[in-house]
Design a protein around this ligand. Sequence first.
Ligand code: PRX
Length: 630
Amino acid sequence: MSDRLHTLSGYLYEYQKSVSQPEEFWARIADSFFWRKRWSKVLDWNFEKPDVKWFTDGKLNITENIFERQLFTHADQPAIIWEPNDPDETGRTLTYRELYEEVCRFANVLKSKGIQKGDRVIIYMPMVPEAAVAMLACARIGAIHSVVFAGFSASALADRIQDCKAKAVLTSDGNFRGNKKIPVKAVVDESLNKASVETVIVYKRTGQEVTMKEGRDYWWHELVEGQSTKNQAEVMDSEDMLFILYTSGSTGKPKGVVHTTGGYMVYTKYSFENVFQYSPGDIYWCTADIGWITGHSYIVYGPLLAGATSLMFEGVPTYPNPGRFWQIVEKHKVNQFYTAPTAIRALQAFGTEPVEGYDLSSLKVLGSVGEPINEEAWHWYHTHIGKGKCPIVDTWWQTETGGIMVSPLAGITPTKPAYATLPLPGIQLCIVDADGKELTGNGVEGNLCIKFPWPSMIRTTYGDHDRCRKTYFSTYKGMYFTGDGVKRDHDGYYRILGRVDDVINVSGHRMGTAEVENAINEHPLVIESAVVGYPHEVKGQGIYAYVICDMKNRTEENLVNEIKDTVSKIIGPIAKPDKIQIVPGLPKTRSGKIMRRILRKVAEGITENMGDTSTLLDPEVVNQIIQGRK
Ligand code: PRX
C-alpha cells in the first residue's frame, strides 16, 4: 500500500491532520508495515530529558519490511543498480531476491564471527553494493552499524571505533575514485594500532596488496562461500538502536547520532515516496555516499523499504569527464536524480557542453540536499538538466532528523528557487528569536526549531545522553534546535539561511570549527588557531584558518603545507583548510574569547566597518590581520 500524496490540497489536508491528530496520523502510516507485534502506544515524549519513543512495544525487523514483506511482488525487480567508477567496467544489478540472499549470507557470516544483537559494527567501505549488504546484514541480526565515510583518516576512524566500542570493522582492500586507487585496508590497519576490534572482514575490490592479520582479518568472499541464503531475522523492539552515525557539531569531538528502528523505518519510506513521487518501475539515483545520512536514508533504507530501484555510483562527477553523471542518467534512464549543490556548481563551471549530446528525457524529478542551493545553481539545474520540465525538490534536513523535514513534494508543491518550501506532514516547525520567543506569522526570520517529535528523530548521542540534551534541547526550552537560521516569507515558504553556530558546511559536509582547530593545533609549531567559514564559489563554504605559530626555520609556504597535511591526517582531506593565514595574534576580548565575527568578515574580504572592537585586548591585531589577508 502506498501513502503517496497526489495533490496540493491532499498535502494540506494531511498536514493539518498530522498536526491535530499526530498519533492517528502516524499509526495509519505505520500500519502498512510488517510488525511482528503491533505497538501498544504510538508516541511517548518529553523534550526536556529528552526521551522520545515511537511505536512503544512494537516488534519488528526493518529488513523483513524490505524483503519478506515485498518478495512476492518484487523478487525479480532490481533493488540496486551499481555503476562502477570506470565506465568501461561492467556494472551489476541485484534484484530484491539476490540482495535478500546476499544479506542473509552475510548476516550468517557476522553471526559466525560471534556478532550479536546490540554489538556495534563499523562499516568503512567504498560505494559498492556490499556496503549496503553490510548495513542490512547488521540490521538483520540486530547489530548496530556505524558507517564511517571512507575518506576519513585512520585517526578519525580509530576515534569512532573506540567511541562505540565496535566489535568488528567491515572494509575493503582499496577504493577506486576517479583515476586514483586509494588504500582502504591499510588505513584500517593504522587505526587498529590505536583502537582494537575482534574481527575485520575485507571485501576485495581493487586487488591491491594488503596485510591480513591471522585470527583477526578475513576475506569477505571466503567467509560468504557456502553460507545459507536464509537467515531468521532478529526480532527488534521499535526503539532498539538501528545505527549510529557520527557527525560534527560546534564542540571538538564528533558525536554519535543514534537512530532507532521503528520510527526511522516509517519516516524514511514515507518521506521518500512523497518527496520524490516515486512510482513503481522508476529508476532513482542519489549521488551521496553511504557514509553520510543521505546515503543511509535515501540510497539504502527509504528506497528499499518502498520497493524502489536505487542506483548506486562508485565514482566522482568528473571522471573520466564532466559528462559522467549525464552519461549515467542516459544509460540507466534515471527518473529521479538527487545530488548536492556543490556538485551542480562544480559541473556548471564546465559549461553546458558536457551535458549536450546526452538524452536526459527520462528525468522527472531533480533533488538537492546538504546546503543552501544558490539561485544561479538552481536555475542552471532546472534549465540545463531538467530542461525546464522537472520540479526541483530542495530538501532540508540533518543527520539528526533522519529524514527530509522541509521540501516540496515533486510536482505538487509549487517551487521557488532557493526555497525548501514547506514542511512534510508531521513536521511542526517553529521560528524563534535569540531569546527563544516564537515568531509567528509570515515575513519573519530567526532560528529554526521543531516543536513536536517526528518518527525518525535523534534519540540520543551514543554514550552521552546529556550531550544530546545540551546540544539540541536546552537552547530553547521544549524544542529541538536545528542550528540553522531560516526565513519564512510572505507566502509562508521556508528558506534556509545556513548555520548559526560554529559549524561550517563545506561541499555539503558538516565540519565543526573546533574540530578543525584541534587538528591544526596538533602541529608541533602551532600555538593557537581559529577557523571560520567563508563563501566559496563551488564548495558553498570554504575553510579559513588563522594560525599563530612558531616559524622556526620554515618558510610560510612549508608551514602552511605541513598544517594542511596534519589536518588531512587527523580528520581527512575534506577538512583541509582552503586558506591558512599565519597571524601574530587573534582578536581576543579581555575575557579571552575570540571575536569570531571579525575573523569571518576578514575571511569574506570585508576590511572596513569592523564594528565595536573596544572590548578587544589589543585592537591593533585587527589591522595586522587585515593586512595579511589571503
Ligand atoms: O545547515 C543545514 C544544511 O546541512 C546541515 C545538516 O548537515 P548534515 O547533518 O551533514 O546532513 C546533510 C544532509 C541531510 C543542516 O543543518 N542543509 C542540509 N540540507 C539543506 C541545508 N541547508 C540548506 N538547504 C538544504 N536543502
